[in-house]
Design a binder for this molecule. Sequence first.
Ligand SMILES: *[C@@H]1O[C@H](CO)[C@@H](O)[C@H](O)[C@H]1NC(C)=O
Ligand SMILES: *[C@@H]1O[C@H](CO)[C@@H](O)[C@H](O)[C@H]1NC(C)=O
Ligand SMILES: *[C@@H]1O[C@H](CO)[C@@H](O)[C@H](O)[C@H]1NC(C)=O
Ligand SMILES: *[C@@H]1O[C@H](CO)[C@@H](O)[C@H](O)[C@H]1NC(C)=O
Length: 367
Amino acid sequence: MKASIIAAALAIVIATVDARPSGHTHQSRGHRKYKEGTIAIFGDYGWKGWSVPTAAECAGLPASGNCDPGDIASYPQAVIAQERTAKFFGEVCQEQNCQEVMTTGDNFYNIGLENYQHFKEGFIDMYTAKSLKIRWNPSLGNHDIVANTSVSLELNAHKYDSRWFMPSRWYQHDITVNDVKYHFTVLDSSPFISSYRTSTTSPYHSQELLNTMTPAMLQAQIDYLDKSSAESDADWKFVVMHHPILSTSKNYTKPADMGGLFQIVQKHKLVVLNGHDHVLSHQQGNNTDFFTVGAGSLTAASDGNNGVYLPYIKYVAANATYADNGMALLSGTKEELKVEYFELLKGAKKPSYTAIVKHNAHYNITI
Ligand SMILES: *[C@@H]1O[C@H](CO)[C@@H](O)[C@H](O)[C@H]1NC(C)=O
Ligand SMILES: *[C@@H]1O[C@H](CO)[C@@H](O)[C@H](O)[C@H]1NC(C)=O
Ligand SMILES: *[C@@H]1O[C@H](CO)[C@@H](O)[C@H](O)[C@H]1NC(C)=O
Ligand SMILES: *[C@@H]1O[C@H](CO)[C@@H](O)[C@H](O)[C@H]1NC(C)=O
């Protein structure tokens, strides 16, 4: 190719990369291949840098959302939990050679990403380990959609740190490690949650939610998952989203909350990766594996059903009073997907729990 043609082609590539859609267009940033290593799953983490409102600022406002007294009181503890988990994440990825991170959302508390300082404190200066200088592929949690500016800031945050790559509200991404291909369809699950849609006093009944909760927009995400999964020839196909379909805590999200999404999950035999519950856990039902990875900062034993196993729970990193911090890593072969959980209290050298997923697995429990 002539230099001028190369330059023109490059200009087009650069223009394409630069023109981050602020809406819900669906672009992939291509297929990334690695010889070896693991893919990290991490969620519910970004507290540090939240502009905690003062009592005066909350005067006259509802005691929820940004002025939730429980969240305000938890902030110092949440930052400590985030910092120690960030350090642990670095150690785990050093040991296990993480190549990329998929997040399960709630990247920024309490109302989402507010400004550059928040991004700097909660991400750039937080995940500083050399082993974490890898691509991060975020999904949106309910906290990420509260402030009007949050989603557009997250969509543009690659300008501040090139590790961060969120091309649109929902998108697909392929990673190949050691010749095994992983296909991720990343969704924005908040608009599926009926309580956010119907409760006008919910902090998550935000302008961002109103923009994405129409029946047509919900169907667009379902169709996107269907098409993305159908067209992929990957060895392992995942849906990554914040809210669980099947949760460790029976009081939380139920399959019905996710509308038609679970039918698509079953149709394409997808593996579900989610956060929202502030625990590490593995559930099985309807021949589907559900991996909850929501332990990047503050955890909650109650989200892990206080360590009590329901019929579909295979593993939960919680006991009656405490839930451990940590993350999960994906690896394996074309025949067997390996999902390894690392818990902070158990160390970075070896996983505290390993799940092996096989194709066409049959689990007796129906949900
Ligand atoms: C967010 O945007 C909506 C619609 O433009 C507006 O009504 C609302 O006041 C904004 N919220 C905040 C917190 O600025
Ligand atoms: C969870 O649901 C059970 C049964 O409906 C109820 O007794 C319990 O109080 C609920 N727990 C919470 C934390 O809401
Ligand atoms: C789980 O599978 C059973 C049996 O096929 C089916 O009746 C049920 O609707 C499925 N559950 C969900 C939530 O889709
Ligand atoms: C739960 O685990 C934590 C952390 O290991 C421990 O300190 C605590 O004693 C345990 N609580 C119960 C009730 O087993």
